[in-house]
Ligand binder design. Sequence first.
Ligand SMILES: [Ca+2]
Ligand SMILES: [Ca+2]
Length: 472
Amino acid sequence: MPFAVAAAPVAAQAPLPAPTERQRLIVLSDIEADPDDTQSFVRLFLYSNEIDLEGLVATTSIHMKTAIHPDSIRRIIAAYAKVQPNLSKHEAGYPTPDRLRALVREGQPGYGMALVGAGKDTTGSRLIVEAMERNDPRPLWISVWGGANTLAQALYTIRETRSPDVARRLIAKLRIYTISDQDDAGAWLRKTFPDLFYVVSPGGYGAGTWTGIHTLIDGADNHTISNAWLRDNIQQGHGPFGAIYPDVSYGMEGDTPAFLSLIPNGLSNPDHPDWGGWGGRYELYTPPVATTDPSGFSGVTIAPETRPIWTNAIDSFTPQVAREFGRATTPGDRQIKDFRAGLWRWRDDIQNDFAARIEWTVRPFSQANHPPEVRLAGPDRLTVKSGQRFVLSAADSTDPDGDSLSFQWFHYQEIGHWQTPILNGIAANIHTVDFTAPTVTEPREAHFIVRVTDKGTPPLSRYKRVIVTITP
Ligand SMILES: [Ca+2]
Ligand SMILES: [Ca+2]
């Protein structure tokens, strides 16, 4: 029987920013340095109805210093063109292939900061400047899958040609997520524009949060990132778009975490990397920030950071609980604590969502799965006193296919650095949970997540977050 009312009156606060607002995104890609940029574009275009793509720029990187491959982006768009009509049977808003083709641009066909400066603008850098100057109040995300020198050129030009006030206002719109540092432009950007909103695991590849997309979780079932899973769920027998998804070479989709948290799934709030999401979780660290891997595989050597950056945060999760619904944590479960866990904890959900969207490219609506719609019975922000009971409910959630739903509420304890999770109201498999606020000596925020998973094939998950402020 669902709870009809909250156990005690609670104060509602202003709601969170609407998580369904589409984010603006420009991608910089060293496509063809590694097959995985093509993999990431396939996945990105499947979500192009939920993210406003404003640029697709071919660049270099430390792995490919003298060539760019915009034609490879066009080749992926050509495959997308074959399936865009069918995708549009499942959700509205998929851009036309011509719209995507019009976004393809080029950076310098050369490496790093040596090609940044006066007279070195490119179609790619100009596109970034135009997007920054567009009269749009939303932030502008730059997702950097290779080198960052095209972004550096755009900001160089802004700095040289606009007044300091205008430059500051334009740069404040930027939200940058780079996959480590794949040329020497990232360090220059962070040093030259210390106010930049910048998400990065500085330096090489050894310790990037983003590696959670493809690294093996020790002791857990890693089936959904295996070549066999990709063959059976993406590449073989799922139409022309899945068929262009290349085999894994160095690692599956190392660049994908640079846009995953922009998918409006109810979990992420892109302006709060510390709240976590499909792309992982990051905290704002102030100097001194050590380079995570100064001499790592990427070969880019980075000086110590001099300003705050959003970077690796340690998360913990229990793979068995993430995978098996109906299980609360038991003392025998192995808990993993790792800077990649903020992504690992969602990885099966991410992969199932990808597989479902590949089905959207070929099947009618009635023969494919679509994610549930999570609805909270109450507000998504509450204030309660120590010892007060409060109720959180997602009982009104629905599924567009009529699928049955499973519910998993949990306290995301790393957010706000809680020593112990608030578990007193959590039971497995119920849509409504009844907590008693712990005693605090000063106001503290606790984030509760509900993960709602349908019983379709593959099972799909969506989320809601409730932020509870607990006062003494
Ligand atoms: Ca890349
Ligand atoms: Ca469904």
